[in-house]
Design a protein. Structure first.
Length: 197
């Protein structure tokens, strides 16, 4: 497929070299058309509850590379205690954030990107490490020549259990972390976690 695209671009260049702009335009329109992202599709955040459902379904393993991911809140808690050794920046700036956030943090990704028409249905969402999520961006799996791995059946919990215990013990005052802590406590109470395995 990529070789074909290179050939089409070569044909476009040949047409332009020969002064045939209309022919170049026609080749692009027919063989390699620009597909604008869905402008009218409203960007909405995936709820934290839905993220948890996806993370537990996938046992916190990246469905693209197979890496065991770590709940981002756990990494943030580490940074609260040892910020010099394990820095965190709220915008994840490279020069101010420990690489573990990019390499290991759990994220929820759209298999078919929203910009390409994908929705927030649970069957279009997978656990991804931030590294793979960033690389994938708005590409499809076919375009990247990636395979989607089956959900893991391991007992890995992304260290989310340790996050809850640390939050219980230290009462960290951070609105984002406290919100996740409350959600996780209620998630366990209603037994959703056990139902995901």
């Amino acid at each position: 497929m990529v070789v074909e695209k290179q050939r089409w671009i070569k044909l476009v260049c040949q047409a332009l070299e020969d002064g045939k702009v209309k022919e170049a335009r026609k080749i692009v329109q027919l063989k390699y058309p620009f597909q604008s992202p869905h402008q009218n599709q409203q960007r909405t955040a995936i709820s934290n509850l839905k993220k948890l459902d996806v993370f537990y379904r996938d046992s916190f393993k990246c469905r693209y590379c197979g890496k065991e991911t770590i709940f981002a809140g756990t990494l943030m808690v580490i940074s609260r205690f040892i910020p010099e050794e394990f820095p965190y920046h709220p915008h994840w700036k490279w020069n101010a954030t420990h690489p573990a956030f990019w390499e290991l943090a759990s994220s929820c990704d759209h298999i078919l990107p929203k910009a390409r028409g994908g929705g927030d249905e649970i069957n279009n969402l997978v656990t991804s490490c931030y590294q793979c999520n960033s690389i994938k961006s708005n590409w499809t799996l076919e375009e990247l020549r990636w395979k989607l791995l089956e959900p893991s059946t391991s007992e890995w919990d992304g260290l989310i259990g340790m996050f809850v215990k640390i939050m219980d013990k230290h009462k960290i005052q951070n609105r984002y972390l406290r919100g996740w802590h409350r959600l996780l406590k209620s998630y366990e109470r209603v037994g959703k976690r056990g139902g995901q395995k």
